[in-house]
Structure formats: C-alpha cells, structure tokens
Design a binder for this molecule. Sequence first.
Ligand SMILES: NC(=O)CC[C@H](N)C(=O)O
Length: 309
Amino acid sequence: MLCRSNDELELLISQARAFAGQGEVAQYIPALAVAHKHELSVALYYPDGKGFMAGDTEENFTLQSISKVLSLALALIDQGEECVFTRVGKEPTGDPFNSIAKLETNKPSKPLNPMINAGALAVTHMIKGNTAGERFERLLDFIRCLTGNETITYNKEIAKSEFETAHLNRALVYFMKEHGVIDEDVEELMDLYTKQCAIEMNCIDLARVGCVLAMDGCDPDTGKQLLPIDVARICKTFMVTCGMYNASGEFAINVGIPAKSGVSGGIMGAVPKKCGIGICGPSLDEKGNSIAGIKLLEMMAKRYSLSMF
Ligand SMILES: NC(=O)CC[C@H](N)C(=O)O
C-alpha cells in the first residue's frame, strides 16, 4: 500500500517531530546555525506525476551533501564512467563525511567514494565547462531540469558563509592537488563546490528528483529520459552504500531505501520503481543526519513496505 493522503503524512510528521529535540542544527557552517530545530517537512512524488506533502513544506533548504548525487550524475554524463572512477573510488569509508584519514592511506591516493567531501570535490572538478561560472550554470540547469522547476537557484549567503569557513575542505583539495587527483585552482573549485552545496529547493522539488532516480532517469511528468539508466543506477547504488555517511549500514537495515542526506537536514529518497521522497528537518544526530527525518523514514518504510530488501 502506498501513501496517497496528506493527512496521513501530517500524522507521521507530528510523531517524528518529537525527536528533533534530541539533535542539534549544523554549527560548522555559520549560516546554517540559525535553522529552526523543530521544522520538518516531507513530500512524496509518484511516477504518475502526483505528489503528497505535509509539515513545513514551503521552507526552502540548501542541498549540501545531497548535491553530491547530482554532481556525480552530471560528471558521469560529461566524462563517462571509466574516466570518473579513475579519480574517485566506489567503496564506503566508515569514516565521517569530512574525514581526511583515508586519503593518505589509500594507494594510489584517491578519495574512496563520491559521497564523502573529498570524493565530491574530485567529482565537481570533473564537471565540464570553460569557466567555473559556466560549470556551475550547467549544474544548475541540470538540477532545474530534474526538478522541473526553472526558478531553482542557490543561496548566496550560505555559499559565502561556507566559502569563508571551509578550511577542512580546502585541506582536502590541497592534498588531492598534491597527488594529481585535482589540477585546477583551489579557490575556483571551492567557489564552485560551496555554490553547489548551497543550491536551494523545497521538499517537493527534492521528492521529484528522487522520483526521477527511482524511475531509472525518467521524468515522471513527461516520460522523457533525463538521465541514462546506468547513471541513475550508479547514483542509487552509492546512495545505498554511502548516502547516509557512516550510518549507511544501519539505515539500510532499518529503512532500506536508497537515500542521501545533507547537513542542512535534507534527505532525498528514491524508492526503486515506486516514488521519490523529499524531507527536511534541520536537527541532526551525531553523524550529521536529520534525526526526525530518519525517524520519519523508518515509520514510512514500515507502514508502506518501502524497504527494497
Ligand atoms: N554532509 C554535508 O552535507 C556536507 C556538505 C558541506 N557543504 C560540506 O562540505 O561540509
């Protein structure tokens, strides 16, 4: 049985919202620290183009790490699978998303997967364009196409706030530049990456992107193939193995949906052949995942039998 009622979702939201108090909003990007802890929104998008939603659905939030799935899709389209995986690996790390540890121990030195910060920076490096500005516009256009929303843009204040404080990400880029994974100007790549992370949308837009992935790259409204099937497959596989950072194993057991989270509290779910899910709840657990968002997904997975396993 699938959910076809806003009221049912509203009920689940009210139960999940209670868990928000147990977490904290992200502090390390100053502009994210002002988010409201108890906000929670959810949307479902079905392959027949219908959507359902509940909670604070009007609120926009930045994609943060969720953008890593979309930059990966574009880099795969731009460069092809073989080329992309010469610079980034396919294995989960078991470490926090911003860890530098395995960059040094992995030989040859390349980030272990595209869902950790180091891997995502290497992926963004591979997006094609003559200038950093052109590469960002291409990514934005691609995301507008996946959401079906021409007004999607990025939050300048949040991008600037991260750009000014991203010391650890800069360290990752310098390390990778030293080892030949990246060969562009560090500040240019940081500018592009922080803008990418600050791309904003609401939970309905996000659910629609999840639905495109769930439907193997097919647009739920027009039937048009927006992504090659293999690209959608690779993205969903990484969402299962590394999408919830170093909590991906537990999440696969408790929820069983390909999903990607971000430190803004967003989570995108892609339930194969069934629906896309967009969630935002800024209160995070210690691994950086939305605490109420995960509870909500656990409840939904049980109630609607969404686990793919
Ligand atoms: N986990 C995340 O959402 C991290 C994204 C954030 N912009 C960073 O690079 O630190």
